[in-house]
Design a protein around this ligand. Structure first.
Ligand code: ITT
Length: 192
């Protein structure tokens, strides 16, 4: 099956390709097709916006991930607004902004959420979700991954997500869980 990847995030593309390598799918990135504005209030809404738009435009199944970091001490911020937090354009600037907000804060608990949607050209939509709980450091560690990975140590681990390989991150991550559920569904044959 040929599936379009409805994301402009190179880090997500790497992780999706690795996680779905066991399926006999051809994954193609959307290039030159601007994704719609994320106007939804939930990960599900925004993932559906992106996946359905690309499935409609290309007449092929399309996969989107909408994800975010929810910080306990910030009442769940930045959540669905994680990509635009503080209006900063780069991961490094967003991480500095987040660390500033948490300066002096003893509660460093946070979780990542990922919602993966596979949309079909006939309008049928499949939804898969994953979560990863952990704590935020007071400074970045590691060069791998993307986004908030250098700040986040998953529960039961000592390394940040940015200090893990792509397969190591996939084995425990929010996105890895959502994609594992999708891969499982398709290994049994396409879900109804
Ligand atoms: P697309 O919409 O093009 O897929 P995006 O980066 O704008 O890319 P989102 O709107 O879903 O995607 O924003 C998710 C943001 O949450 C992302 O930009 C990161 O800042 C953060 N994030 C999500 N998953 C992450 C992960 O696994 N590791 C680190 N940060 C992550």
């Amino acid at each position: 099956m040929k599936v379009m990847l409805a994301t402009g995030n190179a880090g997500k593309v790497r992780e999706i390709q690795e996680a779905l390598s066991g399926l006999n799918w051809t994954l193609s990135s959307v290039s030159g097709l601007p994704l719609p504005e994320e106007t939804g209030r939930t990960y599900e809404d925004n993932a559906a916006l992106k996946a359905c738009f690309v499935a409609h435009m290309t007449a092929m199944p399309a996969l989107a991930d909408d994800s975010g970091l929810e910080v306990e001490a910030l009442g769940g911020e930045p959540g669905v607004y994680s990509a635009r937090y503080g209006n900063w354009n780069s991961d490094v600037e967003r991480n500095v902004y987040l660390l500033d907000k948490l300066r002096g804060q003893a509660n460093r608990r946070a979780k990542f959420v990922s919602v993966v949607i596979l949309a079909h050209p006939d309008g049928h939509v499949e939804t898969y979700r994953g979560e990863l709980h952990g704590t935020l450091l007071e400074g970045p560690r590691g060069d791998g991954g993307f986004g908030y990975d250098p700040l986040f140590v998953p529960d039961g681990h000592t390394r940040t997500l940015a200090e893990m390989t792509v397969p190591e991150k996939r084995a425990i991550s929010h996105r890895g869980q959502a994609l594992a559920a999708l891969a499982h569904a398709y290994r049994e044959g396409p879900p109804p």
